[in-house]
Design a protein around this ligand. Structure first.
Ligand SMILES: *[C@@H]1O[C@H](CO)[C@@H](O)[C@H](O)[C@H]1NC(C)=O
Ligand SMILES: *[C@@H]1O[C@H](CO)[C@@H](O)[C@H](O)[C@H]1NC(C)=O
Ligand SMILES: *[C@@H]1O[C@H](CO)[C@@H](O)[C@H](O)[C@H]1NC(C)=O
Ligand SMILES: *[C@@H]1O[C@H](CO)[C@@H](O)[C@H](O)[C@H]1NC(C)=O
Ligand SMILES: *[C@@H]1O[C@H](CO)[C@@H](O)[C@H](O)[C@H]1NC(C)=O
Length: 573
């Protein structure tokens, strides 16, 4: 028994010593790692390492260079992406990098569709001694024969950082690579102007943007990005500082933590890098522009033909991106010559959907111009409102308001009908939810998907369009589609035949003291006292004075529509 106890005491003692040894080893090791990394990133200005270095063995310049290269290779993979095979400068760009940092890991990502990938680009290098094949080409195209891992481009990156590089670059020294790496590996400390090293396993939630020397000074590179997804809106504003760019518009490379990149839903989504910036913004990543630049290689897209071809592809990419992000309203605030200063809503003269390097002049004394483009709701497109169940269109379930283009067309249709009614003298009144929002805000509700106008059925024959639509659908000379409803004797005016956004025209019959629905049913068809219509009142709606019942709060209450009385807009008398 005694022997056994003695033995267990010994065991505990040995265990304790082992744990201590392991602990000592790791402490020493991480201390060593920090010293090495400090030496490699060239932080020789620190006073402490200097005194330490004096004791240690001297490193020859050649070894130092070799160590520096090793550090760069272990930290960064250069990823070429966003090039176009029909006009590229990949081979000289890759050569120029390998000449400066031999064995640099380089990954060339190839966009999937045949248009981008054709003609194929290959790279061969006559390896000198000590050189390995570190350049890899990878297609992003779906291939059913590959595993999920093989299809993931980030699985081919084995460094902490990726340097996303545009085509056509010349590296003259590794100096810039060392600097950006040092910048990325440090963050501001507690004290002002203090920089502390990030831990090797810490995820850097930051994009470091490195511009190119040839970028135009005439144009601004930097834009602020705002996404208002519930309102289907993306807003871009040119900025004249370069410290915080949500979107960089001229040629540049991006240094990013691979873990940060991997956390994005679609790190290599097109258009590149614009789609990346949208995701970065949503993930609250910070961006900073490095004060030094890369050098350019051959000038690409100099000919009209290749320029057009690239622009056409980019246009398509942007359209797809807006669709994917469910963006239907693009607001651009720029500084431009000869632009109209006032904001203009509507898409009668749509601008290119592409955001390019000439987004805004860098001279911010030029007039500020706001361009607003709406997409997705035309005469020839299907209504973006779709089927309505339970008084709720589908986008309600996505947490969104009515698309701005639909609201726009709804207003257009409303104004058209109103003009017709006033021209021919039909007695009408704004009704139901449109009336409610007119009283509350003088505007259309952001969730409106139709507008109800009620009218005196005796006046029906006065409108030619309405009269015609009684027997069959009628397209008026401005393209609006007048149709009789199938679920009752009321009418609808749609923006067009296919685009069903529109206004309901509800006929009412006045008999004695009562006003009753003439041939339609449901909650809208309540009977009410004719006193509400004698005399008529008006309400300001969409900038116009519109007819409505008097004592309107009580009138709406009779229809179970509660007006938020704390924000009732002043009624016109
Ligand atoms: C590689 O070397 C061979 C023979 O030395 C030469 O014919 C070939 O052109 C070289 N290739 C490249 C890409 O430099
Ligand atoms: C959406 O736009 C409307 C007006 O256009 C605005 O009142 C509302 O605040 C916006 N919604 C959000 C979530 O920004
Ligand atoms: C940037 O714009 C602001 C006003 O928008 C102006 O006050 C400032 O002087 C501009 N800075 C530069 C460097 O142009
Ligand atoms: C980004 O910041 C916003 C506002 O501060 C916050 O609501 C949102 O959750 C953040 N998103 C992420 C991914 O951290
Ligand atoms: C900027 O634009 C203003 C107004 O057009 C002009 O007077 C000024 O000379 C421009 N400044 C520069 C640096 O081009």
């Amino acid at each position: 028994m005694k022997i056994f106890r003695l033995r267990s005491v010994k065991l505990v003692l040995i265990g304790f010593i082992i744990v201590n040894l392991v602990f000592f080893y790791y402490t020493w090791n991480s201390f060593l790692w920090r010293r090495i990394s400090r030496a490699l990133t060239g932080e020789a200005t620190d006073t402490k390492p200097k005194s330490e270095a004096a004791h240690g063995p001297k490193i020859s310049p050649k070894d130092k260079a070799r160590n520096a290269n090793k550090h760069i290779r272990k930290s960064i993979t250069i990823v070429f992406y966003g090039h176009y095979n029909f006009e590229q400068d990949l081979r000289p760009s890759i050569e120029s990098i390998l000449d400066v940092v031999p064995n640099m890991p380089i990954l060339v990502l190839q966009e999937g569709a045949a248009e981008y990938a054709y003609p194929p680009v290959s790279f061969e290098r006559n390896l000198t001694s000590g050189e390995e094949q570190t350049v890899h080409f990878m297609s992003l195209a779906f291939d059913v024969r590959r595993t999920r891992e093989q299809l993931n481009p980030l699985a081919a990156v084995h460094t902490k950082y990726a340097l996303l590089m545009p085509d056509s670059v010349r590296l003259s020294s590794k100096n810039l690579l060392q600097k950006i790496l040092r910048e990325m590996n440090t963050k501001s400390g507690k004290a002002p102007a203090q920089r502390v090293t990030v831990a090797p396993d810490e995820q850097v939630r930051r994009l470091l943007l490195i511009p190119f020397a040839g970028n135009s000074k005439t144009y601004s590179s930097c834009a602020k990005l705002n996404l208002d997804l519930p309102n289907w809106t993306m807003e871009l504003e040119a900025r004249n500082d370069t410290t915080h760019c949500d979107l960089f518009l001229q040629k540049h490379a991006i240094l990013i933590d691979v873990a940060t990149l991997g956390a994005m839903p679609e790190p290599f989504g097109l258009p590149f890098p614009e789609m990346l910036y949208v995701q970065a913004k949503i993930a609250n990543l910070t961006t900073s522009v490095f004060p030094q630049s890369f050098l350019e290689g051959r000038k690409l897209f100099a000919s009209f033909h290749t320029k057009q071809r690239r622009l056409e592809l980019r246009r398509r990419q942007f359209r797809e991106m807006y669709k994917k992000l469910q963006i239907k309203r693009l607001v651009r605030r720029t500084h431009r010559l000869g632009g109209k200063a006032a904001a203009r809503e509507g898409n009668w003269q749509p601008h290119s959907p592409v955001l390019d390097a000439q987004f805004s002049y860098s001279n911010f004394s030029l007039p500020a111009v706001t361009d607003i483009d709406l997409f997705g709701c035309e005469r020839t497109t299907k209504s973006c409102i779709g089927t309505v169940y339970n008084s709720r269109p589908f986008y309600y379930y996505l947490g969104k308001h009515t698309p701005p283009c639909c609201l726009d067309k709804l207003k257009t249709t409303f104004n058209h009908v109103l003009e017709e009614f006033e021209n021919v003298g039909i007695r009408y009144w704004l009704d139901n939810y449109a009336l409610k929002s007119a009283i509350e805000t003088n505007q259309l509700s952001p969730d409106a998907y139709d507008i109800d106008i009620s009218f005196n059925v005796q006046d029906l024959e006065r409108s030619n369009a309405m009269k015609k639509s009684q027997s069959k659908p009628h397209v008026d000379n401005e393209g609006f589609y007048w149709i009789k409803a199938t679920d009752g004797h009321y009418f609808r005016v749609q923006f067009s035949k296919v685009n069903q956004v529109g206004v309901n025209l509800l006929p009412y019959e006045i008999s004695g003291n009562e006003v009753r629905a003439s041939g339609f049913f449901g909650w809208k068809a309540t009977t009410f006292a004719s006193d509400y219509l004698h005399p008529m009142s008006t309400v300001l709606f969409l900038g116009k004075s519109i007819m409505c019942p008097n004592n309107v709060l009580e009138y709406l209450e009779g229809k179970n529509i509660k007006v938020k009385s704390d924000n009732v807009a002043p009624e016109e008398e």
